[in-house]
Every structure is written in C-alpha cells, then in structure tokens.
Design a binder for this molecule. Structure first.
Ligand SMILES: [Zn+2]
Length: 255
C-alpha cells in the first residue's frame, strides 16, 4: 500500500475521527449535482491550542481537513465559509475553465487522509483563481493548505526515526508548508490594502497579528515590527492584545 493510500492514524487512546463526522447534503451551484460532504459536528471537537499562526489544534481530529465542499462531478470546490449562490459570470468561468475538462478524483471514505484533504484544497484554490475570488479567500485557502501540511507532518511522528522514503515524504510536506505560508502572507498583505475588514473572518487587529507572525517567520522583521507597532497604537486593541504586541515587538527586536 502506498503511503498516500494509508488510512488516517488514530493515536493510542484517541477517539476515532469518524465519531466527530456526519454527512451533510449540499447542491453544487455549478452543475446542480447532489453532494454528500463529510462535516465536523459543531461543538463536538475540543480545541487544545492555537499555533503561532492561529492554526487551531483539536483533540482527536484535524477539523481543517473537512473545510472544503467539493463536487466530483464538475470539479467545483470551495471553502465552506464561502459556499453559496454563484454569480452567473463566475459560474460560466468555472464551467468553461474547470468543468469542461474535469476528471473525477478518487472518491474518499467518510474520513479523509491528509493527502485526500490536500487534493480537495488544491482544487478549491484553482476554483478561487478561475472565478477571480478576493485575495483574502485565496490567502485563507493557502494558509489552510500550509496547516494541513503541518498536520500531516505531526501525524507522521518524529522525523529522526524515518527511513529514507518516509523522510522524503515528510520533507515534501515541510517544503509545501513553507511555500503556502509564504503565499498566504503575500496574499493577505494585498488583501489588507485592498479589502475592508472583516478579512477572511478576521478584524483588523487579528489580521495584523497573523501577518506580523508570518512576516516574523520569514525574517521580514521590518513589516512585522510595523504591524505590531500599529496594534500598540490602535484604539481598537484591548490591553491583553497590547501586551501580546509588546512581547512580539521585543522578540522582533532581538532577531
Ligand atoms: Zn458540480
């Protein structure tokens, strides 16, 4: 069995991922096919922590994997938060540039492996590009692709124990994570200048924290410092946000 075909691992003592999932019905807005999409039950999964770039980590399940609605009949795919009626010109663009040449991907079981989820996210990104979606939407898909790569790496375990083929796969996820984090940073930067908050569900302060973290990660301390300084001066930020901004500023100064 190839690595990509392996079912998701369940950690010892963890609850089976499928217990958090139900199948939800949708109608594809492009081809009107009936869709049945694995969906995480609201309020059932417990968030353990958030990573430095806001990635939410839940106990027993990576909920990010289930964030895309995908139609395997015409190739339409979208993040759940953006699912809805499509404007006629957008529908036409999708029909012409995606549906006409779409070859169905292998159907997945009720629970997705990381590779199955990644495939659906990449189709969602292509759809966003084709229908000229906002930069913030493309940024959010890119950020979530990076998060999925991180989740895939964590599921694989300790890289020190890997044989060569497994290590190659791990390094591929690692490379992809960096590539899509960078893309998210660039697209969110453009969105920050051209769109009105909320941007991808974030207010100005939340977006600036995310951007500052991403800029810091890529060694762009100039922009990172400018962003956190803005948070410190903003009338909108709370005291705890200002404290967090001060800590980040100190860290950037040391870099
Ligand atoms: Zn469809």
């Amino acid at each position: 069995m190839a690595l990509s075909e392996m079912p998701p691992k369940t950690k010892p003592g963890a609850r089976y991922e499928g217990t958090y999932i139900f199948m939800k019905s949708y109608v594809c807005p492009v081809c009107e096919s009936k869709l049945s999409i694995p969906t995480v039950m609201t309020g059932k999964a417990r968030m353990e922590k958030q990573d430095w770039d806001l990635r939410p980590v839940f106990t027993d399940i990576d909920t990010i994997k289930y964030d895309v609605i995908h139609c395997n009949n015409c190739g339409y795919a979208v993040l759940k938060r953006y699912f809805g009626v499509l404007a006629k010109p957008h529908k036409e663009l999708l029909r012409k540039h995606i549906a006409e040449n779409y070859k169905p991907i292998p159907e997945a079981m009720r629970i997705y492996t990381y590779d199955e989820a990644l495939m659906r996210f990449k189709i969602a990104l292509l759809n966003a590009e084709v229908r000229q979606a906002h930069d913030s939407e493309k940024a959010l898909i890119s950020l979530k692709i990076a998060w999925l790569c991180r989740g895939a790496k964590e599921e694989m375990g300790d890289p020190e124990t890997f044989n060569r083929p497994v290590r190659i796969k791990y390094d591929k996820y690692d490379e992809m994570e960096e590539k899509y984090l960078k893309r998210a940073m660039e697209l969110f930067m453009v969105a920050r200048r051209s769109e009105t908050p909320p941007i991808a569900g974030m207010n100005e302060i939340a977006l600036d924290f995310l951007l500052a973290s991403l800029c810091g990660h890529f060694g762009n301390t100039g922009d990172a410092t400018r962003l956190v300084s803005g948070i410190l001066q903003s009338k909108q930020s709370t005291n705890s946000q200002k404290n967090r901004a001060r800590e980040m500023l100190e860290r950037f100064k040391k870099q």
